[in-house]
Write a protein that binds this ligand. Structure first.
Ligand code: C5P
Length: 418
């Protein structure tokens, strides 16, 4: 029997602690992994969270709502049109005051519905009407996960600021092996608790300017010089900075990534255009993060017409050095907290530190070029005046948040000194 939710009691400050109780909305959709959601609910209850469970009709075929009701001691939400639900506004009310909505497992169907902004069941309506962060932990057959339609939906969700957790690789319920396993309940719980309210205040009222992606230096109207860079790290950092409360401007070379929510995007092509855009905006910035793989050299002159192959047995291109944007900012904007990236193929720490000193940066983030380019995860070393601080390998979206925390910490120290 589904009862009326009593979320008002969960949002009240308790007389015992004087604090707001912590509440999580756990969405469960139709997947074999639904049984693992019971463990997730149990972990949160143990950690003294109030857990409100919302199940889709398909989820109820895998696990009985009563399991969740027993574990959480709360009513389970299943229907949009529950007559017992007071004013019928539970699709809005449930997410108010919640720390997060976590959909685990998230089926391919749910991801598609959420990506489209559907609102015809209580869980998808809740996701649309939320004010809090939304996490989804996909779980499905490997073919369903790798299908372009699912990947399109996941990319759209990410662009809307949704945190996609996993999936893992391994043996799947269908007997096949591959990507599509739901992350473990422990991993999901740990990631969600790392996203506290404090994160949203880290850079409140600050302005962050970033560069991302490659640049393209024209040789003639169709050819050019460029670097390999997907832009994923820079875009993830821009998104994390916006989530941390900053006003974010992202100057990006040619990439096909969607613009993160609440980020102002300035598209450029060449290193010179990137430099001009950065110099035009840096005066208003508190923090500059140079993630772009800027071409070091550009053709001394770009041909107006396409160069003809027949006319040249060998072709010698005259190149000129481009403006080093980061190095130049040490002179132009010494009060801005400047952060550089360095992708090195060897001696990462030593070469990174040399670069940090040459460009006069308070912080440089160094990584192995072979690992970083185009990958979805990355392992970096932070270099500052106190030495080298390695971080474990993690997904770029999570790494971006950790890096923003590290940047914010050092920035707040820096402003006291400059
Ligand atoms: O010297 P290198 O290109 O390896 O330095 C990498 C760092 O410097 C990155 O943060 C990159 O965005 C920045 N950079 C720049 N302008 C350039 C070259 C690199 O801002 N012309």
């Amino acid at each position: 029997m589904v009862k009326q939710a009593t979320e008002e009691t969960a949002d009240e400050v308790t007389p015992e602690t004087g604090r707001m109780p912590r509440r999580i909305v756990l969405g469960v959709t139709g997947s074999v992994a639904a049984y693992k959601a019971a463990e997730l609910a149990r972990l949160w209850v143990k950690a003294e969270f109030t857990v409100d469970v919302v199940m889709t009709a398909a989820a109820c075929r895998f696990v009985a709502p009563l399991t969740f009701q027993a574990l959480t001691g709360r009513p389970v939400w299943r229907e949009m049109w529950q007559e017992s639900a007071g004013d019928g506004m539970q699709h809005i009310a449930l997410s108010r005051g919640a720390q997060a909505i976590v959909v685990a497992p998230a089926s391919a169907d749910f991801l598609g519905r959420a990506a489209q902004g559907r609102a015809d069941d209580v869980l998808s309506a809740l996701c649309l009407a939320r004010e809090c962060p939304l996490f989804v932990a996909p779980a499905m057959n490997q073919q369903m996960w790798s299908h372009p339609a699912t990947q399109r939906n996941v990319a759209a969700l990410r662009a809307d600021g949704v945190e996609v957790l996993g999936p893992d690789s391994g043996e799947l319920a269908c007997g096949e092996t591959g990507e599509g396993r739901m992350l473990s309940p422990e991993a999901i719980a740990a990631t969600v608790s790392a996203y506290g309210d404090e994160f949203g205040a880290l850079l409140a009222g600050r302005r962050v300017l970033l560069t991302a992606g490659p640049t393209f230096e024209a040789i003639d109207p169709v050819r050019g010089l460029t670097n390999r860079s997907s832009g994923k790290m820079g875009f993830a950092l821009a998104r994390a900075a916006a989530q941390a409360g900053a006003k974010v401007t992202l100057v990006t070379g040619p990439v096909s990534l969607p613009t993160p929510m609440d980020v102002t995007r300035i598209g450029v092509v060449s290193a010179q255009e990137m430099a001009d855009a950065v110099f035009a905006h840096v005066d208003r910035a508190d923090i500059f993060i140079g993630v772009a793989a800027v071409a070091d050299y550009a053709p001394a002159a770009s041909a107006a017409q396409k160069l003809k192959k027949e006319a040249n047995e060998t072709l010698t291109l005259a190149l000129r050095a481009t403006t080093d944007i980061l190095a130049e900012l040490a002179q132009r904007a010494p009060k801005v907290f400047r952060v550089g990236f360095a992708a090195e193929s060897q001696d990462i720490t030593a070469l990174g530190e040399t670069k940090r000193r040459r460009k006069q940066l308070p912080l440089l983030i160094a990584n192995r070029a072979q690992d970083a380019i185009n990958a979805d995860d990355n392992e970096v070393i932070l270099l500052d005046d106190d030495g080298a601080h390695p971080l474990p390998r993690m997904e770029k979206t999570l790494l971006a948040r950790v890096l923003i925390e590290e940047v914010a910490k050092r920035f707040h120290e820096w402003v006291k000194r400059v």
